[in-house]
Design a protein around this ligand. Structure first.
Ligand code: AMP
Ligand code: ZN
Length: 465
């Protein structure tokens, strides 16, 4: 398998440190609000990647953190008139709800900053002891000049970075690029006791400390959205490698932006949509399909039209599966199998692995799934064999479950229920406008489909006969 590594800016053969096992860390959300579908792109990418590794037989240990100490959380607490802890608790719960509706599984560990303060303080203490960090009136900063490789991940030299750095007013740091590992407390903020007085961790240190605690000094894959390459991930590399003297992550994977009108979807631009909003119009599985229809490194544009196209695509997959299952259950099938088609299905399995092994190309992976659907649908016109259809259903399910798609078993029932509800509403409207002929016709149509209506004091009820 090949993966594009931000460290080397090229696709490299991926080999885990320990055969058969993968240690993967992805930067999770800052829990001050509901996440938006741009954030979801990054979460979905790592979730599907984890599924694919498992499909290929690896055991994956996946860690995704919650940043539950942050300025934005403190501000939100003031806005909602609750404590910062209540804010993060509320939005962690919301994360799990929204993630579930997008088919994102829970990580093996979801560590939180507030539960790892001891490890963070220890990490900072060691950096100070080794001369990579210094204290300044209750703050602790990482000294970027003490770490010669600073800039390696984002491919910038220290000189270039210095030239571009913003000189802040009242800056007391040795170098404007030095970043806070520990921040002295301000009135009204949550704080913890430390060797440098009361304070709280800076942002970057949490991922270094938690990745080390849960996965070890060197991990296989570290990922996040592209905006995290600099400074967040650059700083993580500096802290971790300064401390351990070992490579922090062998592969750095960055997900392209989900855009709106070609601009990155973000809270600050106020051009964002949350899964909660999208759910009112589309099933969230559609959003997942839309996101995985592109290669994870390419930018994608979120729009109503692209979601509608995704809806049609997903619908085609569900219809194919429902149809094939119908053949298996209801129709007489040929006892003679078509070996050529069976071979073709094998080919689709190989091809799926081939494209997904090439830097996790889910766009091509989904194309392979559609080729399978097209081939089998064409084959249904001839008298199909049971083994062929069963195999096709199995492969379709396997490949789609890698993507986290086709997760609803009762899809056919759901469509039927919606159709029935629509017809009942139409009949009610017909009755209201005294079009009794139409109302009766709808009742008869439903009856011919095996659905009988009952007018009750609580409204119209229906049942299957
Ligand atoms: P945050 O809560 O802002 O720290 O973001 C959580 C994750 O979402 C990080 O990995 C970000 O890089 C990622 N992210 C934020 N905005 C986008 C976007 N528009 N497209 C893709 N990923 C994003
Ligand atoms: Zn991080």
């Amino acid at each position: 398998m090949k993966l594009y590594n931000t460290l080397t800016r090229q696709k490299e053969a991926f080999k885990p440190i320990e055969a058969g096992k993968i240690k993967m860390y992805a930067c999770g959300p800052t829990v001050y609000n509901y996440f938006h579908i741009g954030n979801a792109r990054t979460f979905i990418t790592f979730d599907a990647m984890r599924n694919y590794f498992e499909y290929r037989g690896y055991e994956v240990n996946f860690v995704q953190n919650f940043t539950d100490v942050d300025d934005k959380i403190i501000q939100q607490a003031e806005k909602e008139n609750i404590t910062p802890e209540e804010v993060s608790r509320k939005y962690i719960e919301a994360y799990f709800e929204d993630a579930e509706s997008l088919g994102i599984r829970k990580a093996d560990v979801h560590p939180r900053v507030t539960e790892n303060i001891e490890e963070i303080i220890q990490f900072v203490e060691e950096l100070v002891a080794k001369g990579y960090a210094y204290e300044l009136e209750g703050d602790v900063y990482f000294d970027v000049t003490a770490y010669p490789d600073y800039g390696r991940l984002s491919k910038q030299s220290l000189e270039e970075l210095k030239a571009g750095a913003r000189i802040e007013i009242n800056e007391r740091k040795k170098n404007p690029l030095d970043f806070a590992l520990w921040k002295k407390t301000k009135p009204g903020e949550p704080y913890w006791k430390s060797p440098w007085g009361n304070g709280r961790p800076g942002w970057h240190i949490e991922c270094s400390a938690m990745a080390r605690k849960y996965l070890g000094d060197t991990i296989d894959i570290h990922g996040g959205g592209g905006d995290l390459t600099f400074p967040h991930h650059e700083n993580e590399v500096a802290q971790s490698e300064a401390l351990t003297g070992k490579p922090f992550a062998n592969f750095w994977i960055h997900v392209g932006y989900l855009n709106v009108d070609n601009r990155k979807m973000s809270k600050s631009l106020n051009n964002f949509f949350t899964p909660r909003e999208i759910k009112e119009k589309f099933d969230l599985e559609v959003a997942r399909f839309f996101i995985l229809s592109a290669h994870y490194r390419n930018p994608i544009n979120f729009s109503e039209e692209s979601m509608e196209a995704a809806q049609h695509g997903l619908e085609r997959l569900y219809t194919a599966r429902d149809n094939w299952n119908y053949y298996i259950e209801k129709l007489p099938l040929a006892s003679k199998e078509d070996d050529q088609i069976l071979e073709q299905i094998d080919e689709f399995e190989k091809r799926f692995i081939q494209v997904m092994d090439d830097d996790f190309n889910t766009a091509d992976g989904i194309s392979v799934i559609f080729e399978l659907v097209k081939t089998i649908n064409g084959y249904l016109n001839r008298k199909p064999g049971k083994e062929v259809i069963q195999k096709a259903v199995q492969v379709l399910n396997e490949q789609c479950s890698v993507m986290g798609l086709l997760i609803k078993d009762d899809h056919a029932d759901e469509i039927l229920e919606n159709e029935i509800k629509d017809l009942i509403e139409e009949r009610q409207a017909a009755r209201k406008s005294k079009d009794f002929a139409l109302a009766d016709q709808i009742r008869d149509d439903l009856k011919s489909k095996g659905i009988v209506l009952e007018d009750t004091p609580e409204g119209v009820k229906w049942k299957k006969i």
